[in-house]
Design a protein around this ligand. Structure first.
Ligand SMILES: [Zn+2]
Ligand SMILES: [Zn+2]
Length: 383
């Protein structure tokens, strides 16, 4: 016989389903169906607490919803941890056994027997609704200008999430009262039960494993200690943030429960396009118009920089339209360093010519060989 899964010692599946230990299979199925409908993730999108409860309820029904498994579960719980491992004999082989009254915790036993009780465990760690639970992660969107994204900014984002209840400060007890220590487990959340020569611990049913009892629940949060509220979170966006990048703000997500840590906030940054500059990795791109004369003869050309200034580059004689020049260290600065500014020259063709310009260009045309396309009689075509 396989060792029973460790959850069987830790979890009261009847309590999870809200039925008594003597409930019929039919009553168990009915209770499970009602809970599953209520807690199904489709009915509670994004609700982590409901999702956890849904998983618990499913695991519980997986065991006590099956008559054979349920019988074994009941036996294990009646006889203690040794029931499954040693065929229900309750002892260590012939004449064995620990002296009466020695107390074992199920987790201690699993260490003692090298993971005997973790065999056959259903996949993945299971989170209990009673233990400390980490708050949910929360996402927020933030739109920034191209220049703000380049420089980084400290700003506020609007977030709606679970926060510690402002009236009971998370205790769940009504204003002016406080939770009292559970007398049955003396605040530990688990009780040790004697089962013949062995004893083992299981969650305290009086306090639901919390170790505290709230006599008068806080009316604001209904005793949960957390409420869903819109709030503003100040976030520091680092310089050089990219469009679509997610910035993690540790501990600013949903409030944790039962002493668990708070979740994280993820800010998804949307960066507006710039009228002049583009971005390619850590490089900035910019288009610089040049005249035919500048391109043909070579010239010093000013290139705008993102900070509003400019740098001058020298383009050589005979520069073709579309050629790109690299200006080192004038790109986007990020935590990894600073990229380059990539300036692409674009031949600018005048549309309104003065008489003097017209005659100069006509003189140029007379003095110039025809362009290759014209010489071969080809049609001009836009790209
Ligand atoms: Zn409250
Ligand atoms: Zn208790």
């Amino acid at each position: 016989m396989d060792a029973p899964p460790r959850e069987w010692f830790d979890t009261d599946y009847y309590r999870v389903l809200g039925v008594s230990e003597s409930a019929s299979q039919k009553e168990i199925t009915k209770a499970y169906r009602a809970l599953a409908r209520e807690l199904h993730p489709d009915a509670n999108p994004g609700d982590v607490a409901a999702e956890d409860r849904f998983k618990e309820v499913s695991s519980a029904y997986d065991v006590v919803g099956d008559a054979d498994k349920r019988a074994r579960y009941d036996e294990v719980r009646r006889l203690g941890p040794m029931a499954g491992a040693f065929g229900g004999g309750g002892g260590f082989g012939p004449g064995g056994g620990f002296p009466g009254g020695v107390s074992f915790d199920a987790s201690d036993l699993s260490d003692l027997f090298g993971g005997l009780f973790t065999r056959g465990r259903p996949g993945g760690p299971q989170r209990s609704s009673t233990g400390p639970r980490r708050g949910s992660d929360v996402e927020a969107d933030l739109t920034m200008s191209f220049v703000d994204a380049a420089h980084g900014a400290t700003t506020t984002v609007n977030v709606t999430s679970e926060v510690r209840c402002p009236d009971c400060f998370g205790s769940g007890a009504a204003v002016g009262t406080s939770p009292r220590t559970c007398p049955d487990c003396r605040g530990t959340g688990s009780v040790v039960e004697d089962q013949g020569p062995f004893s083992f611990s299981r969650p305290c049913t009086s306090c639901g494993g919390r170790g505290r009892i709230i006599d008068t629940p806080c009316t604001t949060c209904g005793g949960i200690g957390a409420v869903r509220r819109p709030r503003q979170v100040k976030v520091r966006i680092p310089e050089g943030v990219k469009d679509g990048q997610r910035i993690r703000v540790k501990g600013r997500g949903g409030a944790g429960a039962n002493g668990g840590p708070d979740g994280d906030l993820y800010v998804r940054v949307h960066v507006d396009a710039h009228s002049r500059f583009g971005r390619d990795g850590d490089n900035l791109t910019v288009t610089v118009p040049v005249s035919f004369a500048q391109a043909a003869l070579g010239a010093e050309v000013p290139v705008p920089t993102l900070d509003g200034g400019s740098v001058t580059i020298r383009i050589p004689a005979g520069t073709q339209s579309g050629r790109t020049f690299r200006i080192r260290g004038r790109g986007m600065t990020t935590s990894k360093g600073t990229g380059d500014l990539m300036a692409t020259v674009e031949l600018s063709v005048p549309t309104d010519l003065t008489d003097a310009e017209r005659s100069a260009i006509e003189a140029l045309a007379d003095a110039t060989q025809p362009a290759p396309a014209a010489a071969s009689g080809g049609e001009a075509e836009d790209a």
